[in-house]
Design a binder for this molecule. Structure first.
Ligand code: HEC
Length: 270
């Protein structure tokens, strides 16, 4: 309870008693008193939806009270007619006619200009990957399958270079728009997205990930992310719809080759 607000409401109501206003003023005063009480008199604050419902009930109750007896009804009618016709009330009438539309306009304006609030929880950038990924009906085991072309780096450097070249083609045909021509996550479309595309030059992206992890992320994209990586929806497309398995492994080779990074290897005990 907010004692100061309650005391202020009581003071205004007591003062009104001495002024002996008409029934219409009383009804309006009660309406505002309840409104002030519901919105500022109670601590912790009452949710707006609840106060709105409550104020609707109060409005109906006050209307019912004023219209229930003939004497009150007549008094209300006379004072309303006087307010709109008598010269005495000209200034308050003008103020009301200006203030009401202004209040409504202000309300609309302030609700249109509120900025969207960020979600309460942050998103997990690197969620744990699943153990297996299905790719066009085949199951890829992310823990045990390695990039099938990685061994060529030592065994057949010419074939390896061909795979890297194919990865380069895949990258510049598909990925450059978002991840950028220097792979710094600053392609033409990048600034339209939140989260922004991954920066592969940054040592906290591909350098600390295994190639299987990248395969998962490239194949399944933003739609394949688990809930902890939402609520911001990632724009990363699911490339399984557009690329072959070989093209994905090749573009992975190219990502590491271009940025001069090494994929994180599986730790093995010597
Ligand atoms: C429409 C824009 C867009 C395109 C095109 C795109 N990406 Fe992405 N990518 C993103 C965004 C945004 C993220 C960051 C959010 C996330 O992790 O999903 C991301 C993340 C990634 C990640 C995860 C990196 C990490 O650190 O977890 C990889 C890998 C990746 N992209 C590879 C690619 C490859 C390869 C291509 C091309 C075949 C590509 N992307 C094309 C938008 C895009």
């Amino acid at each position: 309870m907010n004692v100061l607000v309650i005391l202020a409401i009581i003071a205004v109501m007591v003062a009104l008693r001495f002024l002996k206003p008409t029934i219409v003023v009383w009804a309006i005063a009660w309406w505002f008193a309840v409104f002030a009480m519901a919105n500022y008199g109670i601590d912790p604050p009452v949710p707006t939806s609840v106060t709105n419902m409550f104020m609707a009930i109060v409005t109906i109750a006050l209307l019912a009270y004023v219209t229930a007896a003939e004497g009150r009804m007549r008094e209300a009618g006379e004072s309303l007619v006087a307010f709109f016709t008598s010269k005495k009330y000209f200034i308050p009438l003008v103020i009301m006619l200006v203030a009401v539309p202004l209040l409504v306009a202000f309300n609309v304006y302030s609700s249109m200009t509120t900025q969207p609030a960020p979600p309460a929880a942050g998103r997990t950038i690197h969620p744990p990957p699943p153990a297996t990924v299905s790719f066009k009906g085949r199951t890829v085991d992310l823990n045990n399958d390695v990039n099938p072309y990685r061994h060529l780096e030592d065994d057949d450097s010419e074939a390896f270079a061909q795979h890297v070249d194919n990865g380069r083609r895949v990258y510049y045909e598909n990925c450059v728009y978002c991840h950028g021509d220097n792979m710094a996550g600053d392609g033409h479309f990048a600034h339209g997205f939140n989260p922004i595309p991954a920066n592969f030059q940054d040592p906290t992206t591909i350098a600390m990930l295994q190639e299987g992890y990248l395969f998962w992320r490239i194949a399944k994209g933003g739609p394949g992310l688990p809930v902890e990586s939402t609520p911001w929806a990632s724009a990363m497309p699911a490339w399984e719809l557009f690329l072959s398995e070989e093209e994905i492994w090749d573009v992975i080779l190219f990502l590491y080759d271009f940025t001069d990074q090494r994929p994180r290897a599986r730790e093995v005990h010597e």
